[in-house]
Design a protein around this ligand. Sequence first.
Ligand SMILES: Cc1cc2nc3c(=O)[nH]c(=O)nc-3n(C[C@H](O)[C@H](O)[C@H](O)COP(=O)(O)O)c2cc1C
Length: 160
Amino acid sequence: MNGIVLYGSFHGTTEYFAQLISNSLGLQCENVHNFNIQDIDLYDFFIIGSAIQKFKFHPAVNNFFNNNADALKNKKIFLFISCYNPLILNDIFSQLNSEIQTSIKISMVLGGKINWKKLGFVEKLLVYGISLIHKVKLKNFDSINLKRVDKFIDKIKKNL
Ligand SMILES: Cc1cc2nc3c(=O)[nH]c(=O)nc-3n(C[C@H](O)[C@H](O)[C@H](O)COP(=O)(O)O)c2cc1C
């Protein structure tokens, strides 16, 4: 079985997870934005990682799913999410069309990281707003847990 790791990341956390996973499984790793869709049939499975902003998938991941629903029908998809809220998975999953949902064999939230210094002005305002509304401290938030990454990799191995 041939697979690839694709990711959509704003500030590098999702890319970091993608590289850990691809190194561990010996797979190629690419920014989903650069993936040549004509290559889709070279792969049997796709490990796809998305950062979440404003309760939505990274736009490049969203486009990948929406534009290729048909081609992805017979592929296995393993989805990981990088965000602060571990409870977001059901909501985010329901944003996908039903065909893609059926192809997704495993989905997991791997944790998130917010490096305040890396954020632009509008992002800081958004994060500040979210932290007030959801009563969570998000400035320099870090919930990365490598044990969860190992668990995700183990689950993938069992489902190939
Ligand atoms: C502007 C902004 C909006 C965000 N919105 C959400 C959100 O709606 N839900 C959530 O769980 N995490 C949210 N986060 C947290 C990010 O998903 C988290 O920091 C993630 O690790 C970022 O991944 P990246 O470094 O690959 O971009 C937000 C972060 C930023 C900067």
